[in-house]
Design a protein around this ligand. Sequence first.
Ligand SMILES: [Cu+2]
Length: 506
Amino acid sequence: MTPDEDRRQFLKLGSLVAAGGLLAGKSAAQQPPSAAGPPVPMAGSHAGHESAPQPQIPADSDVKAEYDGFSRFKPSRGNDPDSEFYLGKRVPGFRSVEAGPAPFEAPDLTKLPWKMVNGAKEFHLVPMAVEREFLPGYKMNVYGYNDTMPGPTIEVNQGDRVRIIVTNELPESTTVHWHGFELPVQYDGSETLTQNPIEPGKSFVYEFDIHEEGTFFYHAHVPMQEAFGSVGWFIVHPRKVFDPPVDRDFGLIFQNFFIEPNQTIADSWRMDWNWHTINGRSGPYTTPLVVKHGERVRVRLMNFAPMQHHPIHLHGHTFWVTGHEGARAPKTAWIPRNNVLVGIAQATDFEFVANNPGDWMFHCHMVHHMMNHMTRQVGPRIRKNVSVDQYLANTATRPPVDASRDDPGFATPGYPQEMKSMNMSDSMMETIWNRREVQGMRAMWPMSIMGLMTALRVLPEDLYHKVMETDEPVDKGSVFEEIVRRFGNPDDYEPGKMKMMPGMKM
Ligand SMILES: [Cu+2]
């Protein structure tokens, strides 16, 4: 098949569904093209690709495709660094201010429900030991809240009064610190300094008014519990929606743990950290951020590593640092970056216009943070489907250990490039692929996203619809290849190789 035939076949189903959705839901979208701003030339367009659909601006949006030379639909920088639209600095999203803040989304994490009780939003937070699956099959024993690590997101509005009833189900005492809030000192959660520790089985009620807005978090104010994962988001939406409005508001919590190769329990005594998670999962099990071409995106990224800073890099886009955890920075202080260092217990807000379609890495740039661990999982971990707990409970009936070490990964011990692929079994790969957000990515992509890495997927409207809003089968690599056809140079493109390691399905 020629690329065009191939592409037509790919689009056949997807575009029918997309057109149906357009007619059903967006009849107002039948406006003349001029109303949506000037036509936008495709980046790197080649002969034979003129039929690529033009980007769609929602009909109810008064935004434009281009501002002072900056295009929301193709890589561009604008003209004047002093322009408010240079690099998309103040280019708005499609979402109107009247619609309120974009929903906050922390992939792979839950939200803490609340009920209004006596004029306050009342939350129930339960510190407890939890099991968290860092990678498929790698169930780690850590600390968290309400059965999850990191804990569930607390989300409120500026001006709310909150009451948080903390009931300690840990085997040891704890407190909860509300990081960044200017609250009455008795509720600050500093163990001993401001309150007695909450003993196991006991509760403590925190209650205060929220006058701030921005990116906050809560955590145990007991250092070793912090190293075990006791943290969660506390997002406060501003009374006056941040300008310019964004379409997406993501939250990513970066953490590091040390877990012995033959263990599943985090070891907070170590000075080294060999497991890295984003919202409690290691790459490639982290869930990509999937956005539509042209949207304005905010990512709040928090570093809750015990002792490691993270230089955070986004591919394919230049982002603005619009604030840290302290508060939203005035626009005159925003800085364009490709990489920004996010220190321990810091949160940084990134904003950018997703003007470059593709699957882009979004990751910590420390090399040891771009892999899951430098050690082979041995001992308990090489017994299939057996948790450490089971045989610690009865050491007389341990299942046999396969210590023959004849798998390919041991062929070149100490060579991490090989080692990092050793932990990918077929069943892990199935679980990794069996998620909506990764459909249509290149075969073998999971080999490139490890540890503190995730992907930002910028998809044209129809491909976004196909991946995120339909259940039709999407072939590996097909969405990426379609983007190459429309925006790149398909003549120079080689599809991902389906198998690199013998016996593995990618
Ligand atoms: Cu790092």
